[in-house]
Design a protein. Structure first.
Length: 104
């Protein structure tokens, strides 16, 4: 079974898009928690919405073959690593408080 390079590149970019959506949504949610009257409901609603969108994206867009799914997951994880690095670099989380350089 040959590897479809075009499909893998599309899946990688789809994973990057889904990761960007998830982690930018998380950043927006955390920024809104201080001003919210019901922070727990905001956080839970945001978590369910973001997770639902990502799961549906992986299922419908990347679920047809395992190579595409792996490429999509790689893109998602790359965005996660980038988000952690940018957060640490921006001074939002002191690096000495993080185990192994990752956010708690």
């Amino acid at each position: 079974m040959p590897i479809d390079i075009t499909g893998s590149i599309f899946a990688l970019f789809t994973g990057v898009f889904l990761g960007g959506f998830y982690f930018m949504g998380l950043r927006w949610t955390v920024g809104q928690l201080g001003a919210s009257q019901n922070a727990a409901l905001l956080f839970l609603g945001s978590l369910l919405f973001r997770t639902g969108v990502v799961i549906v994206g992986f299922y419908f867009i990347l679920g047809d073959n395992w190579q595409g799914l792996v490429a999509g997951l790689l893109g998602f994880v790359l965005v996660r690593v980038l988000a952690i690095r940018l957060t640490l670099h921006a001074g939002k989380i002191p690096a000495q408080n993080c185990k192994s350089g990752y956010a708690p």
